[in-house]
Design a protein. Sequence first.
Length: 290
Amino acid sequence: MSTLDKINRKNFLKLRDRSYDLAHKLWWRVRGGGAGNTMPVFIFGAQRSGTTMLGECFGRSPEIMNLGESDPRAFESYSLLDIKTVEKVIEDNPYNFLIFKPLKDGHRANELLEHWPEAKSLWAYRDYADRVNSAVERFGRHPLDVFSNYVSNGSIAWQLESLSAEDSQLLKTMNIERLSVNDGAALMWYIRNRLFYNLGLDQNSRVRLFQYEAFVSNPSIEMKSITEYVGCHFTGKMVENVHSKSLGKRKRPEIASDIENLCEGLREQLDESYRKQCAESTNEEEKDQV
């Protein structure tokens, strides 16, 4: 098969899948769906951590609408609009579940969950090495500019909202100018994922960790567990395009040892929280079977 034939086939399959998804969603709307009784689901976490993939997996279900972070109905410049506007979007939604991905609003996680007491959320994280490679390709030196502006003139970009006193001091004692783009991306991974603990989300039963590596390695098992937590139905179609080819795809990036030690410690902490979460889910399932 020629390269052109492969491209045409790939485009055909995408169009077929999109038509299939739209037909099922139309069917759901015709039968009444969840109009007036929609549960919001928020996906938080650092960028380049599989959040788009997770949203798309949800969106393949006929009972779920995945509202992209560029959708003007609820977002402006990738930031969530005011509460009243989002309330109206949820109220008008004809599906049982509505997925939001307000990555720029991760510092508002508690506020959003308090406002919508029925809502569920997921905090996505990915091993910092692969995330650094992906982020450097996408954002270049932008994280370094964010840190430099904060240290030099106190400018707080969205990435530094709800920055803890400890992390603020960390940035101020670092020589930002000495850092490489890899260091900047790794440090941003650290700062953004620290919010999970700084905001006390690890103690909130309505926030569940999403580990990228576990998900792409065992998509059906992981998605089933996630849908049980959210309360929606699982279908194999939700994960049929998920694969693990991105794991370790590129050479491990060179990162300054002090920053890598920070990232390694936080990754171990997140992994331990994830293992604890899995163990608790298993115990709950066993109780239900008794």
